[in-house]
Design a binder for this molecule. Structure first.
Ligand code: XBP
Ligand code: MG
Length: 232
Protein backbone atom coordinates (compact mmCIF):
# COMPACT_ATOMS: atom_id res chain seq x y z
CA UNK A 1 0.00 0.00 0.00
CA UNK A 2 1.44 3.44 -0.87
CA UNK A 3 2.01 5.91 1.93
CA UNK A 4 -1.07 8.15 2.14
CA UNK A 5 -0.68 9.98 5.45
CA UNK A 6 1.69 10.88 8.24
CA UNK A 7 0.39 10.87 11.82
CA UNK A 8 2.69 12.77 14.13
CA UNK A 9 2.91 13.04 17.88
CA UNK A 10 3.25 16.58 19.29
CA UNK A 11 5.25 16.83 22.54
CA UNK A 12 8.82 15.71 21.92
CA UNK A 13 8.17 15.09 18.20
CA UNK A 14 7.16 18.42 16.67
CA UNK A 15 9.01 20.33 19.39
CA UNK A 16 10.85 19.89 22.66
CA UNK A 17 7.95 21.12 24.76
CA UNK A 18 8.45 19.32 28.04
CA UNK A 19 10.57 21.97 29.75
CA UNK A 20 7.78 24.48 29.09
CA UNK A 21 5.18 21.98 30.38
CA UNK A 22 7.32 21.36 33.49
CA UNK A 23 7.76 25.09 34.18
CA UNK A 24 4.00 25.62 33.74
CA UNK A 25 3.17 22.80 36.17
CA UNK A 26 5.58 24.20 38.77
CA UNK A 27 4.24 27.76 38.37
CA UNK A 28 0.66 26.50 38.78
CA UNK A 29 1.61 24.57 41.93
CA UNK A 30 3.33 27.63 43.41
CA UNK A 31 0.38 29.90 42.54
CA UNK A 32 -1.94 27.46 44.33
CA UNK A 33 0.24 27.63 47.45
CA UNK A 34 1.48 24.06 47.07
CA UNK A 35 5.08 23.18 47.89
CA UNK A 36 5.16 20.65 45.02
CA UNK A 37 8.10 21.04 42.65
CA UNK A 38 8.89 18.80 39.69
CA UNK A 39 12.61 18.85 38.96
CA UNK A 40 14.03 17.24 35.82
CA UNK A 41 14.78 13.75 37.17
CA UNK A 42 11.41 13.16 38.84
CA UNK A 43 9.68 14.74 35.82
CA UNK A 44 11.37 12.21 33.53
CA UNK A 45 9.72 9.47 35.59
CA UNK A 46 6.39 11.31 35.73
CA UNK A 47 6.36 11.46 31.92
CA UNK A 48 5.56 7.75 31.92
CA UNK A 49 2.07 8.92 32.84
CA UNK A 50 0.61 10.59 29.75
CA UNK A 51 -1.61 13.62 30.19
CA UNK A 52 -1.27 16.52 32.60
CA UNK A 53 -4.30 15.80 34.80
CA UNK A 54 -3.35 12.12 34.97
CA UNK A 55 0.20 13.15 35.90
CA UNK A 56 -1.04 15.44 38.71
CA UNK A 57 -3.33 12.69 40.08
CA UNK A 58 -0.51 10.14 39.90
CA UNK A 59 1.94 12.46 41.70
CA UNK A 60 -0.57 13.31 44.44
CA UNK A 61 -1.34 9.63 45.01
CA UNK A 62 2.37 8.72 45.15
CA UNK A 63 3.09 11.59 47.56
CA UNK A 64 0.13 10.63 49.76
CA UNK A 65 -1.84 13.85 49.15
CA UNK A 66 -5.61 13.64 48.86
CA UNK A 67 -6.59 16.02 46.03
CA UNK A 68 -10.20 16.55 44.98
CA UNK A 69 -11.02 16.29 41.28
CA UNK A 70 -12.04 19.95 41.04
CA UNK A 71 -8.64 20.94 42.49
CA UNK A 72 -6.90 18.80 39.85
CA UNK A 73 -9.01 20.48 37.16
CA UNK A 74 -8.20 23.97 38.50
CA UNK A 75 -4.47 23.26 38.72
CA UNK A 76 -4.48 21.86 35.21
CA UNK A 77 -6.46 24.79 33.78
CA UNK A 78 -3.95 27.22 35.30
CA UNK A 79 -1.05 25.11 33.99
CA UNK A 80 -2.59 25.12 30.50
CA UNK A 81 -2.98 28.93 30.52
CA UNK A 82 0.63 29.36 31.63
CA UNK A 83 1.92 26.90 29.02
CA UNK A 84 -0.07 28.65 26.27
CA UNK A 85 1.37 32.04 27.28
CA UNK A 86 4.93 30.64 27.24
CA UNK A 87 4.45 29.10 23.81
CA UNK A 88 2.84 32.28 22.45
CA UNK A 89 5.88 34.21 23.74
CA UNK A 90 8.17 31.99 21.65
CA UNK A 91 9.51 29.66 24.37
CA UNK A 92 9.26 26.62 22.07
CA UNK A 93 10.51 26.14 18.52
CA UNK A 94 10.04 23.27 16.07
CA UNK A 95 12.62 20.48 16.11
CA UNK A 96 15.06 20.27 13.17
CA UNK A 97 13.56 19.04 9.92
CA UNK A 98 9.93 19.22 11.03
CA UNK A 99 8.85 22.25 8.97
CA UNK A 100 10.58 21.01 5.80
CA UNK A 101 9.21 17.47 6.11
CA UNK A 102 5.65 18.71 6.66
CA UNK A 103 5.92 20.96 3.59
CA UNK A 104 7.38 18.13 1.51
CA UNK A 105 4.63 15.71 2.56
CA UNK A 106 1.93 18.27 1.88
CA UNK A 107 3.38 19.11 -1.57
CA UNK A 108 3.39 15.38 -2.40
CA UNK A 109 -0.32 15.13 -1.57
CA UNK A 110 -0.04 13.23 1.70
CA UNK A 111 -2.61 13.83 4.40
CA UNK A 112 -1.28 15.10 7.74
CA UNK A 113 -2.59 14.29 11.22
CA UNK A 114 -1.58 14.81 14.83
CA UNK A 115 -2.15 12.26 17.60
CA UNK A 116 -1.28 13.60 21.04
CA UNK A 117 -2.21 13.23 24.69
CA UNK A 118 -1.78 16.95 25.26
CA UNK A 119 -4.72 19.36 25.42
CA UNK A 120 -6.11 20.81 22.19
CA UNK A 121 -5.38 24.37 23.39
CA UNK A 122 -1.70 23.47 23.66
CA UNK A 123 -1.64 22.12 20.10
CA UNK A 124 -3.28 25.26 18.74
CA UNK A 125 -0.83 27.47 20.66
CA UNK A 126 2.14 25.52 19.32
CA UNK A 127 0.94 25.44 15.71
CA UNK A 128 0.19 29.17 15.83
CA UNK A 129 3.43 30.28 17.42
CA UNK A 130 6.02 27.78 16.17
CA UNK A 131 4.65 26.70 12.77
CA UNK A 132 2.68 29.84 11.98
CA UNK A 133 -0.20 27.75 10.63
CA UNK A 134 -2.89 26.43 12.97
CA UNK A 135 -4.63 24.72 10.02
CA UNK A 136 -1.63 22.74 8.76
CA UNK A 137 -3.11 19.37 9.74
CA UNK A 138 -6.17 17.65 8.28
CA UNK A 139 -6.86 15.96 11.61
CA UNK A 140 -5.87 16.91 15.14
CA UNK A 141 -6.54 14.12 17.65
CA UNK A 142 -5.83 15.63 21.08
CA UNK A 143 -6.10 14.67 24.74
CA UNK A 144 -9.81 15.48 24.93
CA UNK A 145 -10.63 13.20 21.98
CA UNK A 146 -9.64 9.79 23.26
CA UNK A 147 -9.42 7.86 26.50
CA UNK A 148 -7.53 6.05 27.83
CA UNK A 149 -4.35 7.93 26.92
CA UNK A 150 -1.10 6.57 25.45
CA UNK A 151 0.23 3.85 25.62
CA UNK A 152 -3.37 2.85 24.81
CA UNK A 153 -3.91 3.13 21.02
CA UNK A 154 -7.19 5.09 21.34
CA UNK A 155 -5.86 8.45 20.11
CA UNK A 156 -4.26 6.82 17.04
CA UNK A 157 -7.42 4.83 16.28
CA UNK A 158 -9.39 8.08 16.52
CA UNK A 159 -6.96 9.83 14.14
CA UNK A 160 -7.21 6.93 11.65
CA UNK A 161 -11.02 7.01 11.82
CA UNK A 162 -11.01 10.76 11.17
CA UNK A 163 -8.59 10.33 8.27
CA UNK A 164 -10.71 7.48 6.93
CA UNK A 165 -7.58 5.48 6.16
CA UNK A 166 -6.35 2.04 7.24
CA UNK A 167 -3.27 1.95 9.45
CA UNK A 168 -1.38 0.13 6.68
CA UNK A 169 -1.48 3.29 4.52
CA UNK A 170 -0.06 5.56 7.21
CA UNK A 171 3.21 6.12 9.04
CA UNK A 172 3.42 7.39 12.62
CA UNK A 173 6.21 9.57 13.99
CA UNK A 174 6.79 9.41 17.75
CA UNK A 175 9.46 10.27 20.30
CA UNK A 176 8.68 8.16 23.36
CA UNK A 177 8.23 4.52 24.30
CA UNK A 178 4.64 5.05 25.40
CA UNK A 179 3.87 6.84 22.14
CA UNK A 180 5.55 4.08 20.12
CA UNK A 181 3.51 1.47 21.97
CA UNK A 182 0.29 3.38 21.32
CA UNK A 183 1.00 3.75 17.60
CA UNK A 184 2.11 0.15 17.03
CA UNK A 185 -0.89 -1.13 19.01
CA UNK A 186 -3.02 0.78 16.48
CA UNK A 187 -1.27 -1.17 13.69
CA UNK A 188 0.94 1.73 12.57
CA UNK A 189 4.48 1.41 11.39
CA UNK A 190 6.33 4.01 13.45
CA UNK A 191 9.48 6.08 13.11
CA UNK A 192 11.03 7.35 16.34
CA UNK A 193 12.71 10.77 16.50
CA UNK A 194 14.43 10.65 19.87
CA UNK A 195 13.63 13.58 22.18
CA UNK A 196 15.51 14.93 25.20
CA UNK A 197 13.38 13.25 27.85
CA UNK A 198 12.84 10.00 25.94
CA UNK A 199 16.37 9.50 24.58
CA UNK A 200 16.98 6.35 26.65
CA UNK A 201 13.50 4.87 26.14
CA UNK A 202 13.02 1.38 24.73
CA UNK A 203 12.42 1.99 21.02
CA UNK A 204 12.19 -1.64 19.95
CA UNK A 205 9.44 -2.13 17.40
CA UNK A 206 10.11 1.16 15.57
CA UNK A 207 10.75 0.88 11.82
CA UNK A 208 13.60 3.38 12.28
CA UNK A 209 15.11 5.42 15.11
CA UNK A 210 16.73 8.80 14.37
CA UNK A 211 18.10 11.62 16.54
CA UNK A 212 15.89 14.14 14.74
CA UNK A 213 14.20 14.64 11.38
CA UNK A 214 16.95 16.84 9.96
CA UNK A 215 17.83 15.45 6.54
CA UNK A 216 15.00 12.89 6.64
CA UNK A 217 13.01 13.28 3.44
CA UNK A 218 9.77 11.79 2.22
CA UNK A 219 11.59 9.22 0.09
CA UNK A 220 13.24 7.84 3.22
CA UNK A 221 9.88 7.66 5.00
CA UNK A 222 8.33 5.89 1.99
CA UNK A 223 11.19 3.38 1.99
CA UNK A 224 10.81 2.66 5.72
CA UNK A 225 7.06 2.36 5.31
CA UNK A 226 7.41 -0.01 2.36
CA UNK A 227 10.08 -2.23 3.87
CA UNK A 228 8.64 -2.82 7.33
CA UNK A 229 5.99 -5.34 8.25
CA UNK A 230 2.69 -4.11 9.69
CA UNK A 231 2.93 -4.45 13.50
CA UNK A 232 1.14 -7.57 14.77
C1 XBP B 1 3.04 14.39 26.06
C2 XBP B 1 2.34 14.51 27.34
C3 XBP B 1 1.45 15.65 27.61
C4 XBP B 1 2.06 16.90 28.16
C5 XBP B 1 1.11 17.62 29.06
O1 XBP B 1 2.09 14.23 25.01
O2 XBP B 1 2.43 13.60 28.12
O3 XBP B 1 0.55 15.15 28.55
O4 XBP B 1 3.20 16.58 28.94
O5 XBP B 1 0.02 18.11 28.40
P1 XBP B 1 2.44 13.68 23.51
P2 XBP B 1 -1.39 18.36 29.18
O6 XBP B 1 3.88 13.22 23.47
O7 XBP B 1 1.46 12.56 23.29
O8 XBP B 1 2.19 14.85 22.57
O9 XBP B 1 -1.06 18.98 30.50
O10 XBP B 1 -2.18 19.27 28.29
O11 XBP B 1 -2.09 17.04 29.36
MG1 MG C 1 5.69 12.65 22.60
Amino acid sequence: MPLAALILDVDGTLAETEEAHRAAFNAAFAAAGLDWRWDRAPYARLLRVAGGKERIRHYAAMAGHAVAEDAVAALHADKTARYGAMVAAGAVTLRPGVRRLLAEARAAGLRLALATTTSRANVTALLDAALGDAAAFDVVAAGEDAAPKKPHPAVYLYALARLGLPAADCLAVEDSAIGLRAATAAGLRTVVTRSAYAREDDHRGAVAVVDDLDGIGLERLRAWHGAAAIPA
